[in-house]
Design a protein around this ligand. Structure first.
Ligand code: NAD
Ligand code: 0WE
Length: 256
């Protein structure tokens, strides 16, 4: 069957387990015929990512901790060898020290700020630079953001500042790479029950509140985020770049 991603090759960063948004995206891309490489953050998750990869017949599984320049360089060297070119990259990575996601933003330490911005925002810049020479026929880069970039969401704190930087980086990268046919976009996903989310106290009540207030009166799934990513990563999105696409059941459209 003809797929929207037939003949396209790319890499998805940010799968940890079945619940990961990156896993939802990977499933949709594979179903449409994409060849996908996955990365894992460290030895701790290597095994679970390899097991998931095998489920979708994915054979290229590579390490990449985005705080290490050498690992980013090694990733693109390996992708160059295995794939020869790259059509897409998915960045589904964020981290802030747990204590920075509790209490008041005003108490954010210099170190927590540095880590959150490094892992969650700068990494997109470094990865885009690494992918660029492999995106010979143009390409599409997608990252994941959240409403807390636009409005102060209690507890999201320094991650909100990091997501604002990430969304701005999307626009600057779109400007730099557009002349080469490389598009850069973000998906602003509504809250989804993942590992990154379950570490947050009160997340369950947040999900409930979101579902009550969103125009569609429900939450979103990893697969729905995957479908939006498919649009941006395939030729369906060929004129879309520098955009933040909300996949949040309409929550962002409400004033009260
Ligand atoms: P997840 O925990 O499944 O994914 C987060 C990923 O970040 C993990 O795979 C982890 O290994 C990776 N990561 C963290 N530090 C890293 C590092 N130094 N190097 C490489 N990888 C690193 O959780 P998720 O909810 O699927 O999060 C994926 C993305 O979606 C994040 O950017 C998150 O901010 C965003 N997002 C999540 C939600 C939500 O409610 N879950 C909503 C909107 C946006
Ligand atoms: O981006 C996120 C969460 C990202 C995240 C999660 C953790 C938990 C474990 C980053 N760093 C860490 N560090 C840890 O130690 N989301 C969009 C999910 C999320 O987190 C919130 C939210 C939502 C939604 C925190 C407060 C309020 C809302």
């Amino acid at each position: 069957m003809a797929g929207l991603m037939d003949g396209k090759k790319g890499v998805v960063l940010g799968v940890t387990n079945k619940r990961s948004i990156a896993w939802g995206i990977t499933q949709v891309l594979r179903a449409e015929g994409a060849e996908v490489a996955l990365t894992y953050q460290g030895k701790r998750v290597e095994e679970s990512v390899r097991t998931l990869a095998a489920e979708l017949d994915i054979s290229v599984v590579l390490p990449c901790d985005v705080t290490e320049d050498a690992q980013i360089d090694a990733l693109f060297a390996a992708l160059g060898e295995r794939f020869g070119k790259l059509d897409f990259l998915v960045h589904s990575i964020a981290f802030a020290p747990k204590e920075a996601l509790e209490g008041e933003f005003v108490n954010t330490s210099r170190e927590a700020f540095r880590i959150a911005l490094d892992v969650s925002a700068y990494s997109l810049v470094a990865l885009a630079r690494g992918a660029r020479p492999l995106m010979k026929d143009g390409g599409s880069i997608v990252t994941l953001t959240y409403y807390g970039a636009e409005k102060a969401v209690p507890g999201y704190n320094v991650m909100g500042v990091a997501k604002s930087a990430l969304e701005s980086a999307v626009r600057y990268l779109a400007s730099d790479l557009g002349p080469e046919g490389i598009r850069v976009n973000a998906i602003s996903a509504g809250p989804v029950n993942t590992v990154a989310a379950r570490g947050i106290s009160g997340f369950t009540s947040m999900l409930k509140l979101h579902a009550e207030r969103a125009p569609l009166r429900r939450n979103v799934t990893q697969l729905e985020v995957g479908q939006a990513a498919l649009y941006l990563l395939s030729d369906l999105g060929s004129a879309v770049t520098g955009e933040v696409l909300h996949v949040d059941a309409g929550y962002h459209a409400m004033g009260m």
